[in-house]
Design a protein around this ligand. Structure first.
Ligand code: NAD
Length: 272
């Protein structure tokens, strides 16, 4: 069993939890994910690792309560236990010294972008971070992001803090100044698609973190397949990070919209 050692409500549907998982905390690298099960009958929920502390033996997850399992997870508090925490899974981010890098986190995607920014900063890069949310109350981890960034830009859709508009507005401005060697974008698929659209004319390598529905997380079921250029890839073992200029976002969004309807039906059934 894996004990929850810290819980915070970050705003809206978003929750943060730190969980005791010493083996996993020792090995976790930026960009990787884990799969949890709340109890023995629970479904497997994949979540990108938002932080880890090898000394304390803890990992941190940030999630939105948007379905039956994440609603149940959001009810748990410090001292409660999870049946399984499996990982680290997937390939780590390609961390190296690029020069100037831009990190874009949208909404709950701010959490998984943090370890990427932290590792890129530690590797000696000049890190420009851009984080965005619908409004000031849904924004989180500004301090953590600031601590691993040389520049931090904030955007909110309603302008309640920072730039009024999308993270892509700031990304375009930063790229047009030149000198950007690589971009990482994590957030809603439409945001990642638009980040890749913005960087393409500048010829800047752009990594996006794909989170299609996953079942086993080890490359066996094929549920998380996505199209990347001419190849079909499995997000769980080939990713989750891919070249944003090669990903077929329209296909990925179509598949995830289809499954969202089923998820909503399942949630309704559970709550009735
Ligand atoms: P959101 O809808 O509030 O959007 C967050 C930000 O993304 C916005 O504030 C804006 O700056 C940007 N954005 C939104 N639409 C855009 C557009 N059309 N063009 C350019 N930028 C746009 O986000 P949310 O409600 O927090 O949803 C988070 C989503 O992120 C979920 O769909 C979740 O599945 C996904 N997610 C992905 C990962 C991953 O590893 N890829 C991890 C966590 C969450």
């Amino acid at each position: 069993m894996y004990t929850i050692v810290d819980y915070k409500h970050l705003g809206g549907l978003t929750h943060e939890m730190s969980v005791e998982a010493p083996q996993l905390a020792k090995k976790a690298q930026a960009g990787q994910f884990l799969i949890i099960r709340i109890n023995e009958e629970g479904e497997r929920v994949p979540l990108t690792i938002a932080d880890s502390d090898a000394e304390k033996g803890t990992i941190t997850i940030v999630f939105q309560a948007v379905g039956r399992s994440t609603d149940e997870l959001a009810q748990l508090r410090t001292g409660d236990q999870l049946a399984d925490v499996v990982g680290p899974l997937g390939r780590a981010s390609e961390i190296e010294k690029y020069g100037t890098v831009v990190i874009v986190g949208g909404g709950v995607g701010i959490a998984p972008i943090y370890p990427i920014a932290k590792s890129l900063k530690a590797a000696g890069n000049h890190v420009i971070s851009i984080i965005g949310a619908k409004n000031k109350d849904l924004l989180f981890w500004e301090d953590k992001m600031d601590s691993v960034s040389d520049e931090l830009h904030i955007a909110t859709d309603d302008g309640s803090v920072g730039h009024k508009g999308f993270v892509t507005d700031i990304l375009e401005e930063v790229c047009s100044k030149g000198d950007v060697a690589a971009v990482w974008a994590v957030g809603p698929m439409i945001m990642m698609k638009n980040c890749a659209r913005v960087t393409k004319p500048f010829g800047v390598k752009t990594f996006v973190s794909m989170n299609p529905v996953m079942i086993d997380g080890t490359g066996m079921c094929g549920g998380c397949r996505i199209q990347v250029g001419a190849d079909t890839k499995f997000a769980c073992v080939d990713g989750p990070e891919f070249d944003g200029h090669q990903v077929d976002f329209d296909l990925a969004m179509k598949r995830s919209a289809y499954l969202k309807n089923l998820e909503a039906e399942g949630r309704q059934f559970y709550h009735d």
